[in-house]
Design a protein around this ligand. Sequence first.
Ligand SMILES: Nc1nc2c(c(=O)[nH]1)N[C@H]1C(S)=C(S)[C@@H](COP(=O)(O)OP(=O)(O)OC[C@H]3O[C@@H](n4cnc5c(N)ncnc54)[C@H](O)[C@@H]3O)O[C@H]1N2
Ligand code: MOO
Length: 405
Amino acid sequence: MNEFPANLLLDDALAIVREVTAAHRLETESLAVPRTHGRVLARDVHASLSLPPFDNSAMDGFALRHADLRAEATSLRLVGEQFAGPALGFSLASGECLRITTGAPLPTGADTVVIKENAQTDGDTVIAPGNTPRGANVRRAGEDVRAGDQVLSAGQVLTPARVSLAASLGLPSLEVARRPTVAVFTTGDELVDAGLPLAPGQIYDSNRDLLLGLLRADGLEPTAWPRLPDDPKQVEIALRDAGCAFDLVITCGAVSAGEKDHIPAVIARFGQIHFWKVRMKPGMPLLFGSLDQARFLGLPGNPVSVLATYLTVGRALIDGLQGRSEPRPAWRARLAAPVDKPHPRREFLRARLDSGDDGALHVVPNPATGSHRLRAAAESNALIVVPEGPQRLAVGDVVDVIAYA
Ligand SMILES: Nc1nc2c(c(=O)[nH]1)N[C@H]1C(S)=C(S)[C@@H](COP(=O)(O)OP(=O)(O)OC[C@H]3O[C@@H](n4cnc5c(N)ncnc54)[C@H](O)[C@@H]3O)O[C@H]1N2
Ligand code: MOO
C-alpha cells in the first residue's frame, strides 16, 4: 500500500479532497443556455447590454410628460398607441399622451405612466389624475443591469434565475464544467434485490437507492453497476473496469476491517489511496483514492454512514471536480433537546429542522444513533454537526446543520 493519512480529522480529509480535485478538475464545455441548468459556470459573464435595454412602461395605461400635469385632473390629447413590441418611434409634444402596455418602449419626451384604471377617456381625450408622481410606472433602462457589469461568476451554480439572467442578455451558450460521470456499486453477499425472497441472514439492498437518489438530487446521472459479491477477484475486475470508464467510482460497504472488506486492498494495489478512515461518526471507515482515470470514494456500508459521508465528503468531491467555488447553503439552528457526546469524533445526528413561530430555525435530534437505523433518517430532514471532542450541548445552543430534504 502507498503511504496515506489515516484516522484523520474531517477538515483535513476535506482539504485533501480539495487538493486532489483541483488537480483533476473536469474540462469545460460550451452548452446552449437552456441546457446549463444545475451546471457549474466556468467563465465569468459580463453583460453585453443593459437591462432593461430601454425605458419602458411597468403598467398598462397612458404615457405622458409629467410637466403637463396640474394639481387637479388634467386633460391630455391621445396621439396613438404603443404596445409591447417594435418601437414605433413616437415623440410626445406638450399636452399629449400615448396609450401604452406593460413592457412597451416609452415614447420620446414621456417620463411617467398613469395606469388605465386611474384615467378616464373620452374619444381622443384622456383625463389623468393630478397626483401622479414623476417617473411613476416607468422602468428605466439599465436599472437592473448596466452594460459591462459582471453578472455571473465562474464557480457559481447555474440556478434557474441565473440561467434566466443569461437568457435575458441574449447569450446563446455558456462555458460550464462537464458533469462527472459516476459509477455506483453496492457490495455484499448478504444483499438481495427487492422482489426476491430473503434467505436467513440476507437483507434488501437499500444503499443503492439512497446513493442514486442523493447523486440525482445533486444533478448527476449515476450509473448503477451490478452489485459486487464479497469476492476479491470480482471486486478487482469490476472496479478496474469502472476506473477506466468513469470520472468517479463510488462504492458502499466492504471498506472496513472485516475479512470480506476487499476494497482497500484493491485500491491500494491498482490505484492510490488518498486517505482512509476519518474521525467522524458515522462514517469512520471512509476511503478516498484514485483508480486509473477515476477518483474513487469507498463509503462505509451502514446506511446512515452513506448519508453522512456523501453529504460531507461526496458532495465536496463532486463540487471540486466541477470547480464549484460557491459554498453550499450553511444552516445554523437552535437545539430543541440537549446533546451529550462523550467520544472525540465529529458526530452527525439525524434531526428534524424546522422554523419556529419565533422566526428562528430549531432542530430536534432523533434519539437513534445506530448507523443502521434508516427509519430515523427517513423521519429526519437534516444532520446536526456535533463538533470534535466531548460535547455537552444544551437546549437553545446553536449548532451547524446539514439539510438533506
Ligand atoms: N472491527 C471493526 N469492525 C467494524 C469497524 C471497524 O473499524 N472495526 N467499523 C465499523 C463501522 S464504523 C462501519 S460504518 C462498518 C462499515 O463496514 P463496511 O464499510 O466494511 O461495510 P459492510 O461491512 O459491508 O457493511 C456494514 C453494514 O451495512 C450493511 N450494508 C452494506 N451495504 C448495504 C446496502 N447496499 N444496503 C443495505 N445495507 C447495507 C451491511 O449488511 C452491514 O450491516 O463496519 C463496522 N465494523
Ligand atoms: O461509524 Mo460506522 O460509519 O457508523 O457504524
